[in-house]
Design a protein around this ligand. Structure first.
Ligand code: ADP
Ligand code: MG
Length: 745
């Protein structure tokens, strides 16, 4: 018979286990002569990258495929057979036995269904087979992925289709190697069922609208414009032994109770501090795995909170960045396990401690490699820069609600609006210099008698300062900040795919560019000189979008008031944020930019609301379980200990209850008993709040109920549980405490 330990014994065991942990060593591989391999030698070795394609494909096929990839051209189906053959040969050489279409359903995770290469030829002999049609399309069925009602059961088929713009790769896992074909996931009728389809669509629209604007400025050589993204990823690491003893972390990804550490995030010595051996070994190994997959991880450091870290890649085209961010989350999770660590991607795993986000650095790049959000060196270049800059302002101003909706989730609600994270109000920070320039354009942009050239000089646009170099000019409280040659959308959730927020941003900017393009060409057709027309439209846009610009402290209470006066939406919780999706104007916009059809928007809304409800339902179950089966039993034990001790005390000293030292000890006992009663009542209240919603069919109403009533009832439970954590003898407490989990040695 094996004995298991439970309750406080398990916690004490874990503390001991963790304090004796040896860090797993990770030795960077060496070549045959014993030289450490260079990153460049291993980078992308498990991807069917440009170099491999060139080697393996006939020249003509290679060039056609490159066209498809680089210029977003449609794939010539006749190539599929040749490409599939080359991919298969390469994968077999590498030791892969299976292949899959790798896609991103609306669960926030990635999905794959493996098929073996194994097939039989006409003579019944086993062969390895991977056909063109298997490369291009697959039917994983996958009818249990969320579709928002878009696939009724009689037509439950969903298809995955190869996205050639993202490199095919081999996932090298301890138990086998699998060829993964990055794919989109669509319904039988072509409806988007995943994260990626809307992103790819938005990129097409942005390409089209941005090219039109570039043509106005005479950039005839540019053939394609793509959004670029570098997502900084924040995360926590805690020891696996502690994780296993926290049912809330295991099922909900965040702690639902737990006394906050006395200083918590003020322990800023952690920030950019030296990285502990154990964590460094983890980072090395995870980055090594990611390099093999061609994910260009660049930086790593400690974050503000204890046990919080950040990783950031070199930026890439948005869809590849999205895939690579998913891979980063996956690889980090699996490598952490090897190091006896658990990766926490939740936006707010610990109350009272900094939460995690994904800071999406975003810009637009043309096919000549120019960053369109980088100030140039000539007046014309700077006018063009101002068009793209103000188009972004317009996009965020007009679509603030949708951008908020795109980052809405039960998890992110705990972070947005909390005092150490971007608030739920979307605003844009530009920095002192650009603000001065835009203010100047607004104030002095229109003296009719000036020539445009003179105005440009007077406005300081002929040579814009290099904002990028000025690192002091930063506002870390802004949810959407300009950082010299790109914007940083900081309010994105740490655990979510970047696809939806990036899709909405791309689409909103595309829409703004189209409108600006229309206004400029309108003026020009009325005979206004081009540069003057641009100046006028830029000025008009600056004025129109003024409300979205905010340079102050976003965490200050006054900002909430000020934002309200400006008419900016402050959508604190997901149900109200998600409702933005289905406003008539939003539906029209999303259809116009080709991101979602009306039907798709409704489906997406449904899926996201359901997900919100489900997330909180899971939390409620975990919380009830912890309160009733862990916290209360420990509290009863403590109560018994105390009561017995007082009884003995009174007995031995022949003391009445109202006489010291019995009196004050009885007061302590009363405190314990009161907290127990409070916790019991709070659990019952929570049950009845959830019960009241059990029969509600309309997910909209249900989500609102969870947001308005259930969350508050959960906090009530937490309050009593945390009070008991302070009271109950440490040796009786079953759950690893914050101070234990958060300080890795
Ligand atoms: P910072 O400006 O915050 O000091 P970095 O230059 O290191 O930082 O960039 C932070 C992130 O922004 C990195 O992931 C980086 O690749 C990304 N980034 C830089 N330039 C761009 C760009 N033009 N488009 C998108 N992301 C970018
Ligand atoms: Mg950061």
């Amino acid at each position: 018979m094996t004995t298991t330990i439970a309750g406080s014994a398990a916690r004490l065991w874990a503390i001991n286990e963790v304090s004796n942990r040896q860090s797993r060593k990770f030795d960077w591989p060496v070549d045959d002569e014993g030289h450490t391999l260079k990153v460049a030698d291993i980078f992308g070795c498990n991807t069917f990258n440009n170099k491999t394609m060139k080697e393996k494909l006939p020249k003509k096929v290679y060039h056609k495929l490159q066209e498809t990839i680089k210029h977003g051209k449609n794939l010539d189906k006749s190539l599929a057979e040749t490409v599939a053959h080359a991919v298969k040969e390469w994968a077999l050489e590498k030791g892969a036995t299976h292949f899959c279409h790798w896609f991103q359903p609306q669960t926030g995770l990635t999905a794959e269904k493996h098929d073996a290469f194994l097939s039989f030829d006409d003579d019944g002999q086993p062969i390895d087979r991977f056909s063109g049609s298997q490369l291009i399309q697959s039917e994983p069925d996958a009818s249990s992925f969320p579709s928002g009602g878009m696939r009724s059961t009689f037509e439950a088929r969903g298809y995955t289709a190869w996205d050639p713009s993202s490199p095919i790769f081999i996932m090298d896992e301890p138990n086998g190697k699998t060829l993964c074909v990055p794919s989109v996931f669509i319904s039988y009728y072509g409806h988007a069922l995943d994260q990626k389809a809307p992103l790819l669509r938005s990129m097409e629209t942005l390409n089209e609208k941005a090219l039109e604007v570039l043509k106005l400025f005479g950039n005839e050589g540019v053939v394609r414009v793509t959004p670029t993204v570098g997502p900084e990823q924040e995360y926590f690491l805690i020891d696996q032994a502690f994780y296993a003893l926290r049912p809330d972390l295991v099922s909900a990804g965040r702690t639902l109770i737990g006394g906050k550490p006395p200083k918590g995030q003020e322990l800023e010595d952690h920030y950019f501090g030296s990285i502990k051996d154990r964590v460094q070994a983890f980072m090395q190994e995870a980055e090594f795995e990611l390099y093999k997959l061609g994910v260009p991880i660049k930086t790593r450091h400690n974050e503000v909170a204890p046990s919080q870290f950040e990783t950031a890649p070199i930026f890439e085209e948005a869809n590849i960045a999205a895939d690579h961010n998913q891979l980063t989350m996956e690889i980090f999770r699996s490598v952490a396990r090897l190091h006896n660590l658990t990766l926490l991607l939740h936006e707010k795993p610990f109350a009272g401690v900094n939460g995690s986000g994904k800071h999406n650095n975003w810009s637009i790049q043309d096919s000549d490699g120019n960053n369109l959000l980088e100030p140039g060196s000539t007046p014309t270049q700077n006018l063009q820069f101002l068009v793209f800059l103000t188009a972004t302002l317009k996009a965020v101003h007009q679509r603030a609600g949708l951008l908020r909706a795109a980052i809405a989730s039960a998890g992110n609600d705990h972070r947005l609006g909390a005092n150490e994270a971007p608030p739920a109000i979307i605003s844009v920070f530009l920095g002192e210099q650009l603000t001065a320039i835009l203010d100047n354009i607004e104030a002095n942009g229109k003296p009719a008698e000036d020539s445009t050239e003179a105005r440009i000089i007077a406005l300081g646009i002929s040579k814009l300062p290099d904002v990028q170099r000025d690192h002091t000019d930063r506002n870390r409280t802004s949810p959407f900040a300009f950082t010299g040659n790109k914007f940083e959308f900081r309010a994105v959730a740490s655990s979510a795919s970047i696809s939806l927020p990036m899709a909405f941003l791309n689409a909103a900017v595309a829409d703004a560019l189209e409108e600006i393009h229309g206004k400029i060409t309108g003026l020009v057709s009325e005979g206004v000189e081009f540069k003057k027309a641009v100046m006028d439209v830029v000025r008009q846009t600056v004025i129109e979008t003024k409300a979205i610009r905010f340079e102050g402290n976003n965490y200050a209470a006054e900002w909430v008031e000020e934002a309200e006066k400006r008419g900016l939406p402050n959508l604190r919780k997901s149900p109200e944020a998600l409702a933005e999706l289905v406003k008539p104007e939003a539906i029209k916009f999303l259809a116009r930019v080709g991101v979602f059809s009306e039907e798709e928007v409704h489906a997406r809304y449904h899926v996201l609301l359901e997900r919100y409800v489900k997330d909180i339902e899971i939390e409620v179950e975990a919380l009830k379980g912890i309160a009733s089966t862990q916290v209360l039993p420990a509290a009863y034990q403590h109560q018994e200990l105390l009561a017995g001790s007082i009884e003995k005390l009174q007995d031995v000293l022949k003391l009445k209850a109202d006489v010291e030292p019995a009196k004050s000890q009885i007061a302590k006992l009363t405190l314990t008993a009161t907290a127990i009663v409070g916790l019991q009542a709070a659990v019952e209240a929570l049950e009845s709040k959830v019960g009241a919603l059990a029969e509600v069919e309309d997910v909209k109403v249900k989500a609102r109920g969870f947001a308005d009533n259930v969350l508050a009832a959960m906090l009530e439970v937490r309050e009593y549980a945390d009070r008991l954590e302070d009271i109950v003898a440490d040796q009786l407490w079953p759950l690893p405490k914050y101070r234990e989990m958060l300080f890795l040695s």
